[in-house]
Design a protein around this ligand. Structure first.
Ligand code: NAD
Ligand code: UFG
Length: 336
C-alpha cells in the first residue's frame, strides 16, 4: 500500500514517514522544501533503513502532482503540506490562502480524477478560536482569529462539501493540539527557521545558548501560575494517530474529525521547569506582556480518538523535554 505524504520533509511529516515505514507502508514524499531540508529525508532513510522516492514538488503545480498520480497507485494521502506561522499569516494573508487553499484544492482535484479518495488532513486546535470552556471536544463551535487558522477552517469546510458532493470520499480531519518533542534517536526534530514562534523550540534554543532567555507571554491568565496552559503532545504519539486514522478510513466512508491531544494541560512555566530539571539546563526567563491573539487555556478532550481510532497519547512531559533536548543538543544548527 503506497501512501503519498505531502509535506513529508517537515517536522511532523518526517516523524510520520518513520512511523509509516516502520509499520510496513510504502511511501512517496512530496515537499517543496519551503520550510524544510532534504537532510530530514536522508535521516528518515537512515533511521528506518528503507528507501523511498522523494519529489521536490509544489502543490501549487498541478502538472507535477498529476505526474505523481500517473506514476504511482496511491492508496491514500496524508496531507501535511502547508504554511503554519500565525504571525506571518497576518502579514501576508494572500500567500497563506493561496498556498494552503489552492494547494489542497489542487491535490483533491487530482485525487478525484485518479479515483483516490482517502485523505488524512492536518488541522489544528486553532479552529476552536477562544473556547468557552475546557476540555475541548470536537462538537465545540469553530472560529478563527488569524488567516492561518482561517485556512484550516476553510479547508475543513471544503473537505466536508467534497464529501457531500461525493460520499465515497473517506476523510479524517485531525486537529492537533501542541506537538513538541522529537524522535527518540535525536536524528530528526523541529527545525524552525529564524526566531522560533513556538514555546518549545524557543526553550531549546535558550538551552543551547542561541537565545538569552525565554519571554513568557503574560502571567495574568486565570491559570494556576498565571501563564498560558496548553495540551503539549509528543510528536511521535501524534503521528501514531495518523496511522490509526488511515486504518479508520480504510473501514469507514465519510468525513470524521478527531482531536489529537493528551487531555492534560500544562502551563508555560511547567514546561520551562520540566525542561530545566529533566535536562539539567538553566532556562532563564522573563515575564512580558501577553502576546496579542493568545488564549489562556487550551486542552483537548481526546475521548473520540480513543473510542473510534483506538488511539491515546502515551508519552509524558518528561519524555517530550528529554527528546527535544536530545535532538537540539546533537544538532545545534538543526539540519544545516
Ligand atoms: P512544517 O513546516 O515543518 O512542515 C510542512 C511542510 O510542508 C514543509 O516541509 C514545507 O516545506 C511543506 N510545504 C508547504 N507548502 C507546500 C506546498 N505548496 N507544496 C509542497 N510542500 C509544501 O510544519 P509541521 O509542524 O510539520 O506541520 C505540518 C502540518 O500540521 C501543517 O499543515 C500545519 O499547519 C499543521 N499543524 C502543525 C502544528 C504545529 O504546532 N506544528 C499544529 C497544528 C497543525
Ligand atoms: N509562549 C511564551 N513565549 C514564547 C512562545 C510562546 O510564553 O516565546 C506561550 C504562549 O503565550 C502560549 C504557549 O506558550 O501560552 C504556547 O505557545 P505556542 O506559540 O507554542 O503555541 P500556541 O498554542 O500559541 O499555537 C500552536 C501553533 C498554532 C496552532 C495551535 C493549536 O503555533 O499554529 O498551537 O494547535 F494553531
Amino acid at each position: 500500500m503506497t501512501i503519498l505524504v505531502t509535506g513529508g520533509a517537515g517536522y511532523i511529516g518526517s516523524h510520520a514517514a518513520v512511523e509509516l515505514l516502520n509499520s510496513g507502508y510504502e511511501i512517496v514524499v512530496l515537499d517543496n522544501l519551503s520550510n524544510s531540508q532534504t537532510e530530514s529525508i536522508n535521516r528518515v532513510k537512515e533511521l528506518t533503513g528503507k528507501d523511498f522516492p522523494f519529489y521536490q514538488y509544489d502543490l501549487l503545480d498541478r502538472v507535477d502532482i498529476e505526474s505523481l498520480f500517473e506514476k504511482y497507485e496511491f492508496e491514500a494521502i496524508i496531507h501535511f503540506a502547508g504554511l503554519k506561522a500565525v504571525g506571518e499569516s497576518v502579514q501576508v494573508p494572500l500567500k497563506y490562502y493561496h498556498n494552503n487553499l489552492t494547494g489542497t484544492i489542487n491535490l483533491c482535484e487530482v485525487m478525484a480524477k485518479h479515483n483516490v479518495k482517502k485523505l488524512v488532513f492536518s488541522s489544528s486546535a486553532t479552529v476552536y478560536g477562544n473556547p468557552d470552556r475546557v476540555p475541548i471536544d470536537e462538537s465545540f463551535p469553530l472560529s478563527a482569529t488569524n488567516p492561518y487558522g482561517r485556512t484550516k477552517l476553510m479547508i475543513e469546510e471544503i473537505l466536508r462539501d467534497l464529501n457531500v458532493s461525493d460520499p465515497s470520499w473517506r476523510i479524517a480531519i485531525l486537529r492537533y493540539f501542541n506537538p513538541i518533542g522529537a524522535h527518540e534517536s535525536g536524528r530528526i526534530g523541529e527545525n524552525p527557521s529564524g526566531i522560533p514562534n513556538n514555546l518549545m523550540p524557543y526553550i531549546s534554543q535558550v538551552a543551547i545558548g542561541k537565545r538569552d532567555k525565554v519571554s513568557v507571554f503574560g502571567n495574568d491568565y486565570e491559570t494556576k501560575d498565571g501563564t498560558g496552559v496548553r495540551d503539549f503532545i509528543h510528536v511521535v504519539d501524534l503521528v501514531k494517530g495518523h496511522l490509526k486514522a488511515l486504518e479508520y478510513i480504510n473501514k469507514n466512508e465519510g468525513v470524521e474529525t478527531f482531536n489529537l491531544g493528551t487531555g492534560t494541560g500544562y502551563s508555560v512555566l511547567d514546561l520551562i521547569n520540566t525542561f530545566k530539571s529533566v535536562n539539567s539546563q538553566e532556562i532563564p526567563y522573563q515575564i512580558v506582556e501577553r502576546r496579542p491573539g493568545d488564549i489562556g487555556v487550551c486542552y483537548a478532550n481526546p475521548e473520540k480518538a480513543e473510542k473510534l481510532l483506538g488511539w491515546r497519547a502515551e508519552k509524558d512531559l518528561i519524555e517530550m523535554c528529554k527528546d527535544t533536548w536530545k535532538w537540539q543538543s546533537q544538532n545545534p544548527n538543526g539540519f544545516e
